[in-house]
Design a protein around this ligand. Structure first.
Ligand code: SAM
Ligand code: DTB
Ligand code: SF4
Length: 319
């Protein structure tokens, strides 16, 4: 993995504001230089511990601070997680992402979490977890269990962060990303569009990610799924053209990373998704549910892939 040249905010803003055709041409050229442009990586999510979260993230169905009506549940049993992962593998997913509604994992839960990583890995899938903030010791324990990826989003710009979340800081997020990276786990970090942020906030978020000591291997770009009862229930939808511009900028600033077209695909037309794939998105979540919200099901995605001539990206054989 090579480091890339640092990119300034002003240089990124010039790219973001290029005429749309020039921006797309540049992004697609970067995409082709590093990836098969017709291969899309497929991940499947599972909520292993749902709801009742102590954090006040304004977009989330799982925060205990907002009356979203979601029923909280305890940490799932390991066997159930592994059997769900097997179903995901049978459906074509190569990576299994397990999410918990925690501020950070309790030490007493680590043994169960580690057993989940081992069990899912034994199926021959890549593993990913998203459990909130991690200490250096927790990161090392997960690395030791063989965890491939850790998802921890910075969500938006440093400037806008405190308008969305007050129970932790942008610096806390960066600290976990550094702990995960130091432990040798691959990093998945991105954000959400459609929370009332400006174009500058989106650009700044991507510049922060691209300028990490190593850019994240995986960059999920979520479109807000407005959750009734949450602080952002009535947020104005993102302009689809601006969404595609953001995907294109992510591809240009992080040419070797997988850019994931994440939450919000149920509200995107096939044509919008096609533009995102052209602009450099090359990963999606498959299956009917994300963590708690809806996602296009297998039937829709199979048809979409057929219409666009896309194919699932195969797992690289391990050395
Ligand atoms: N609790 C952990 C944490 O916050 O780090 C992990 C789970 S959390 C649900 C994972 C990510 O999902 C968030 O950082 C956010 O980017 C995304 N997300 C959550 N709710 C969303 C929504 N309604 N629409 C779009 N993305 C959302
Ligand atoms: C990410 O960036 N998006 C995923 C994953 N990382 C964990 C989560 C999307 C959650 C969408 C809302 C829900 O399902 O509750
Ligand atoms: Fe909790 Fe994560 Fe939802 Fe924030 S995004 S409320 S930390 S589950």
């Amino acid at each position: 993995m090579g480091t890339v040249e640092p990119c300034s905010f002003s240089a990124a803003k010039i790219i973001y504001n290029l005429p749309f055709n020039d921006l797309l041409f540049r992004a697609h050229s970067a995409h082709r230089a590093h990836f098969d442009p017709n291969a899309v990586q497929m991940s499947r999510l599972l909520s292993i511990k749902t709801g009742g979260c102590a954090e006040d993230c304004g977009y989330c169905s799982q925060s205990a601070h907002y009356p979203t009506g979601l029923k909280a549940s305890k940490l799932m049993e390991v066997d159930r997680v592994v059997s769900e992962a097997q179903k995901a593998k049978d459906g074509g997913a190569t990576r299994y992402c397990m999410g918990a509604a925690w501020r950070s994992p309790k030490d007493r839960d680590m043994e169960t979490i580690i057993a989940m990583v081992r069990g899912v890995k034994a199926l021959g899938m890549e593993t990913c977890m998203t459990l909130g903030m991690l200490s250096p010791a927790q990161s090392a324990a997960l690395a030791d269990a063989g965890l491939d990826y850790y998802n921890h989003n910075i969500d938006t710009s440093e400037r806008f962060y405190s308008e969305i979340i007050t129970t932790r800081t942008f610096a806390d997020r960066l600290e976990t990303l550094s702990n995960v990276r130091d432990a040798g786990i691959k990093v998945c970090a991105g954000g959400i569009l459609g929370m009332g942020e400006t174009a500058d906030d989106r650009i700044s978020m991507l510049v922060t990610l691209a300028n990490l000591p190593y850019p994240p291997e995986s960059v999920p770009i979520n479109m807000l799924i407005p959750i009734p009862g949450s602080k952002l229930a009535d947020a104005a939808p993102v302009d689809p053209v601006d969404f595609v511009r953001t995907i294109a900028l992510a591809r240009i600033l992080m040419p070797r990373s997988h850019v994931r077209l994440s939450a919000g695909r149920t509200e995107m037309s096939d044509e919008m998704q096609a533009l995102c794939f052209f602009a450099g998105a090359n990963s999606i979540f498959v299956g009917e549910t994300l963590l708690t919200a809806e996602n296009p099901g297998e039937d829709h995605d199979t048809t979409l892939f057929r219409r666009l001539g896309l194919k699932p990206m195969e797992l690289e054989p391990h050395a």
